[in-house]
Design a protein around this ligand. Structure first.
Ligand SMILES: Cc1cc2nc3c(=O)[nH]c(=O)nc-3n(C[C@H](O)[C@H](O)[C@H](O)COP(=O)(O)O)c2cc1C
Length: 499
């Protein structure tokens, strides 16, 4: 089966692995689709296509496209662990010291380099229908009202394309878009995000933006990934696809968009034009309150003849964004390690809605190393939002939360090992006294060394010796206790939570 390159081919691929259900029963885009999708995602169910949305029967809604490890691997064109390996290989590539080496490296890198380009066909499916002026009407899109107290309908899987007005560098970010009327929306780029920075740099000039839906299934991931500002999301998408992304010019603004999109919404944001946005049932599981955000004035909508509207819902975890967030952690770990070579592993648990808890294991090299690690993480891109960072030794499995709780509660002394710092925090954190600024906590749960002022004897973990384990293994069958579960303590990890 050919590699999926747009929503229709992706749906076919998802169907082929048995993870797609089409729903022919009429349902409303107002709350009902959320309630169905929420029930399905909580059971790790299939992606859904609603073929008869009551208010917009001509446009199917596709939801939950990335809501399983299999579907996400299909969308990203590979498993996250393999992508991480490819990134590690790229980072590890050292300049060769001979001509032969150079030639060999050139050959190896060829597919990677070839994938990084951009193709510019004259036209694309996203231009099959072009609506300008009075023909622009956002109510033609089945935009979901997700939760009862939401301020209105929100586009939930938008890829927002802007350019830095000074450097002209492109950014693609996923920022929710609240539909106010037929040609006006909000633009919820939070102050720490690149779209907001582009607007700040534009000063008193308007800024152009294209809100895209659909295209290659890896594109939404690229939009939400916390890529460094210097890395173009479209080049990264080329790396994931293994071939260039096809881009076409917008009709009314100087922005290029993926040719394979379902919809492209073109418009501008005027300097200083803000409007109350929200409330919105957010990925924290709470409503984010009404706040002023920029207004996006739509000039033109281009679309396919028979578009499919892609959507997601956020709310009390676990949700679809949990799969995406886990993949972000896995794929970007090698890049983070280039800044923190002591880092062994990292877990951002879904229940803590990613920013609230970051558990890392490190190979401690010197006294008080854990503090260096936490401050480095707080200084690294969107990891600055980590409300709690827990640092454990490299022998702890950070993905085993039972083990983390056991280790941390045993190993930390609250007064000695906790540090509270001030700094920018996630705009969605409602616990802070003000939006976007508050305190964060680091916990050093590593084994304490004499050089760190620990004068007592640090105890060893209770483990059985290898000889006894081998002996019990050899007689296990004769004991009549069923299958041999293996020694629970031999490697010092908690094997299973309490029965
Ligand atoms: C479904 C979903 C919705 C999101 N909505 C917003 C949003 O409304 N505003 C925002 O600033 N970030 C939002 N994010 C997070 C950003 O997409 C993410 O921080 C991204 O890295 C920002 O890109 P940038 O660094 O290019 O600004 C959302 C993420 C997901 C998965």
């Amino acid at each position: 089966m050919p590699q999926p390159h747009d929503i229709p081919s992706f749906l076919q691929a998802v169907d082929k692995i048995g993870e797609l259900r089409r729903i022919g029963v009429p349902v409303s885009k107002h709350l009902e689709i959320t309630e169905i999708a929420d029930r399905v995602v909580k059971q790790a169910g299939p992606a859904l296509v609603f073929d008869r949305v009551r208010e917009n029967p001509e446009v199917p809604v596709a939801i939950g496209l990335f809501g399983s490890h299999n579907r996400l691997a299909l969308a990203l064109h590979d498993k996250p662990e393999n992508i991480a390996k490819r990134i590690t290989e790229l980072i590890g590539t050292r300049p060769p010291n001979s001509l032969v080496g150079m030639a060999k490296m050139g050959l190896q890198m060829l597919p990677t380099i070839a994938s990084l380009g951009i193709k510019r066909p004259k036209d694309g499916p996203c231009k099959e229908v072009i609506l300008k002026g009075d023909d622009v009407d956002l109510s033609e899109l089945p935009v979901l009202t997700c939760w009862p107290d939401d301020g209105g309908p929100f586009v939930t899987l938008p890829m927002v394309f802007t350019h830095n007005p000074n450097t002209k560098r492109r950014n693609v970010g996923m920022y929710r878009v609240q539909v106010f009327d037929k040609n006006t929306t909000g633009m919820h780029w939070q102050i720490h995000k690149v779209g907001a920075q582009h607007q700040r740099e534009a000063g008193n000039q308007p800024i152009e933006a294209a809100v895209c839906l659909g295209g290659d299934p890896c594109l939404p991931f690229c939009a939400l990934a916390p890529l460094p500002e210097e890395i173009d999301e479209i080049i990264f998408a080329g790396f994931l696809r293994g071939k260039p992304v096809e881009m076409v010019k917008c009709e009314t603004i100087d922005v290029e968009v993926p040719a394979d999109c379902e919809y492209v919404i073109e418009g501008t944001i005027q300097p200083g034009e803000n409007r109350p946005e929200g409330p919105f049932g957010d990925h924290t599981g709470y409503y984010t309150p009404i706040e002023d955000y920029p207004v996006f004035r739509v000039k033109c909508i281009t679309r396919r003849k028979r578009p499919i509207y892609p959507a997601t819902i956020v709310g009390i975890p676990p949700m679809e964004d949990g799969y995406l967030g886990k993949a972000v952690g896995e794929i970007f770990l090698p890049l983070i390690k280039t800044q923190l070579p002591e880092l062994v592993d990292m877990n951002l648990p879904v229940e803590a809605t990613f920013h609230h808890l970051c558990i890392v294991s490190i190979k401690k090299r010197y006294p008080h190393h854990a503090y260096k690690a936490m401050h480095a993480l707080w200084g690294l891109g969107q990891l600055m939002f980590s409300k709690v960072i827990i640092v454990v030794d490299d022998d702890v499995d950070v993905h085993n939360l039972s083990e983390v709780i056991w280790r941390v509660t045993n190993n930390f002394d609250p007064e000695r090992d906790v540090q509270i710092v001030k700094g920018p925090i996630d705009s969605l954190d409602h616990s802070a006294p003000m939006v976007g600024f508050g305190t964060k906590m680091g916990i050093d749960a590593t084994k304490k060394w004499p050089s760190e002022g620990y004068t007592r004897q640090w105890p060893e973990v209770v483990k059985m010796d290898h000889a006894t384990v081998a002996k019990v293994d050899s007689i296990w069958e004769s004991l009549g206790l069923g299958d041999n579960p293996g020694s629970p303590s031999i490697d010092g990890h908690i094997r299973a939570p309490m029965p």
